[in-house]
Design a protein around this ligand. Structure first.
Ligand code: SF4
Length: 691
């Protein structure tokens, strides 16, 4: 299928004057064509055609001429994967509430539709009105992980936008990326105009202001619509320069990497006067001011999560050393319990969803999760609405919470994430869970009627030995034997994936295990549990982490491989059914990008990292110390209930350090106005009690 992909084309569909006509702000614009008429007859030929139709409950369709700025928000995967994405839904609502802005959405077409689009000249289109990508002012792409990079290039090319930023003119959309993978956008540097780091709510409005003013200055002036009057490349430079002044926005074209003779990075330096040497992330300090999404989009067809979701807090200070999300989203910011209750009630009423998810990185850690769970369970007791808390915390309190939330349903499955099998390995990754904790929690869960426990683990962690790997099997077997003592139908599944080191974490210096080593470790586990046929083992394909690891920690030189892999037909790099690894290996060979050098090599303290000029708020010295602590099996407590260990995040936000219940200052684990810095001392006991 990949080999038959048509060659990429960047031929503009319309002449500059016509593109200028659709880009003008407000009523002066010509409304661009809708491709629905061309698309509809093709849909019977593709799988899951409903994903391309649009028309969801709560979608917003603003007349083209009513808006000064027009955004196309994109999740670079299929609709079924991308539609539930909270980040896109929040920005969609925030932008569409603005009187002068319009936001629509796009997802990646599956390869069957892509082939038809190329054959019938149908560009990347918006879901709401099927308008073409090239007509929008901003193409904003969410990158929650690195496996959407080739899809991004494909969407641009299919959308008649040059995939290289340097080839774009003033009349092409600005291409932005955000999300966790945007914290190292260097492998995408030649393709994106800007990367946005941090929380999106405020920064999209700041970017929208910049684009609106720039359009006023540069597009309204060319009202005669002639090619000669079209703004030139210097106008695009002005726009990029203004964007670089927005906090949280990084414009790669204004920075250049310098290398040592041996190929190591020396540093990445600004090459445009006035841009910051260190680009800070953007942090929304008060989540209460941004109660989104209020009008969640209800999917037209099956998606990976079909529920109403409320983010109950953002950030995490548990300090798991492998976890990029926990590191880059600090500090912790909670939503008030009454806001959570109101958002859930309004959302369920409006959308008709029968499942509610209380989202965060570790939902059982909200300081008022007990009362939140109890009040919601009271509200929906006896109804068909079910509540879920995607928490993997390993303790009895999590079981109590799950009992509360399962009042309306059966006690089926619970998931816990010890992440590593041995106590030593858990000390290395700072996952402070003992074997006793896990077995006691499982005992409570099975005795209270839960029937299935899933345990998540990783292999390939730094300092790991075969003994550590086999401890995963032993823990799985012990839990399984315990489960059987409570009922012969009880089940245990151990799910094991390969670890991928990520930027801005203490493990950013670590060597990644090659796939053959991951495969060997998985086979050790498989062999060790072979006499317990009821204990299920789920593993990821060891090859899956190869491209993710390369793109996570690659530098600007890796971009050549991204481009070549896409040209050779790589798409949907995270999908099992897409055999992209062979394509990638060919691309790496052709471009001379050394996978082993980028991924399987440990870095030392002196080596500059490709993301050193991007500030996630964490002190690099602290990350290094934590990396050293990891190698000495030293653990670090959560700063919500112990002393601040100076990771660097709070001072940058003018937040007082948390020195915990021993006295002094506390992290604002309660939102402003609900206690804030003068709240009750935070103790582990108070956390365990849920309030
Ligand atoms: S600066 Fe201190 S209190 Fe703030 S998140 Fe880091 S360790 Fe915790």
């Amino acid at each position: 299928m990949l080999g038959t992909a048509p060659p990429p084309s960047v031929t503009p569909l319309l002449a500059p004057a016509e593109r200028l006509a659709v880009r003008r702000p407000g009523a002066a614009a010509t409304t661009p064509p809708s491709y629905w008429g061309a698309l509809e007859p093709l849909l019977p030929q593709v799988r899951k055609p409903a994903q391309y139709v649009g028309g969801e409950h709560n979608q917003v369709v603003t007349p083209w001429q009513a808006a000064a700025t027009r955004w196309l928000l994109c999740y670079p995967d299929t609709y079924e994967v991308g539609q539930p994405n909270q980040g896109i839904q929040i920005l969609y609502e925030v932008l569409n509430e603005r009187a002068t802005a319009l936001a629509e959405r796009a997802y990646a077409p599956w390869v069957d539709l892509e082939a038809l689009q190329r054959e019938h000249d149908i560009p990347t289109f918006s879901l709401e009105t099927h308008r073409p990508l090239w007509a929008f002012d901003v193409f904003a792409v969410s990158l929650p992980h690195e496996l959407g990079h080739t899809n991004l290039l494909n969407l641009l090319d299919l959308g008649r936008v040059p995939h290289r930023a340097a080839d774009r003119g003033a009349l092409d959309p600005i291409v932005l990326v955000g999300g966790h993978a945007a914290y190292n956008p260097e492998p995408l540097a030649p393709f994106v105009d800007a990367a946005v780091m941090g929380d999106g709510e405020e920064v999209v409005l700041a970017i929208d202001d910049v684009v609106r003013r720039w359009k006023h200055d540069h597009l309204e002036a060319h009202a005669d619509g002639t090619d000669a009057a079209s703004p030139g490349p210097e106008a695009r430079h002005v726009l990029l320069r203004r964007l670089a002044d927005v906090e949280g926005v990084y414009v790669p074209a204004f920075y250049a990497p310098r290398y040592h003779d041996d190929g190591r990075l020396k540093r990445t330096v600004p090459v445009e006067p006035g841009v910051p040497a260190l680009v800070p992330k953007r942090t929304v300090q008060d989540l209460e001011a941004w109660p989104y999404p209020r009008k969640q989009l209800v999917p037209m067809t099956e998606t990976v999560h079909e529920r109403f979701s409320v983010e109950i807090f953002r950030g995490c200070t548990r300090g798991c050393r492998f976890c990029q999300a926990g590191m880059i989203t600090r500090p912790v910011r909670e939503r008030r319990p009454e806001t959570v209750q109101r958002l859930v009630e309004e959302g369920v009423r409006d959308t008709g969803f029968e499942e509610v998810g209380l989202l965060s990185l570790s939902s059982a850690d909200h300081s008022a999760i007990g009362p939140i769970a109890r009040d919601l369970a009271d509200t929906y007791e006896g109804t068909t609405t079910s509540l879920s808390l995607p928490s993997t915390r390993v303790d009895a309190f999590n079981v109590t919470l799950s009992n509360e939330l399962a009042r309306n349903g059966r006690r089926t499955g619970l998931t816990f994430a010890p992440e590593a099998g041995s106590e030593r390995m858990r000390a290395v990754i700072n996952k402070m869970v003992s074997e006793d904790d896990l077995l006691r929690t499982a005992e409570i869960a099975f005795s209270e009627g839960w029937r299935h426990i899933k345990l998540y683990f990783m292999v390939g962690l730094p300092t790991e030995t075969d003994e550590d790997v086999l401890a995963i099997a032993e823990l799985g077997i012990e839990t399984y034997l315990l489960a059987r003592r409570h009922g012969r139908a009880n089940k245990v599944t151990i799910s094991v994936g390969g670890f991928v080191p990520k930027p801005h974490t203490p493990f950013q210096w670590a060597a990644q295990d090659p796939p053959e080593e991951i495969r060997r470790k998985l086979s050790l586990i498989r062999h060790a549990i072979k006499d317990h046929s009821g204990l299920k083992l789920r593993t990821n394909d060891p090859e899956e982490g190869v491209i993710e690891g390369l793109l996570a920690r690659g530098d600007r030189r890796v971009a050549a491989a991204v481009e070549r892999a896409w040209q050779l037909g790589a798409r949907f790099d995270g999908w099992h059914e897409m055999p992209t690894l062979a394509t990638w290996r060919q691309a790496l060979e052709e471009t001379g990008v050394d996978l082993a050098w980028f991924s399987y090599r440990e870095r030392d303290q002196r080596e500059a990292l490709p993301w050193d000029h991007l500030d996630a708020g964490l002190d690099k010295d602290w990350l290094w110390e934590d990396w050293q602590d990891a190698q000495g099996d030293q653990q670090l407590d959560d700063c919500r209930w112990s002393a601040c260990y100076d990771c660097g995040v709070c001072p940058g936000l003018s937040i007082e350090h948390d020195t915990g219940y021993t006295g002094g200052y506390r992290l604002p684990v309660l939102p402003q106005g609900l206690g804030g810095s003068d709240a009750l001392p935070v103790t582990p006991e108070r956390y365990a009690a849920g309030g």
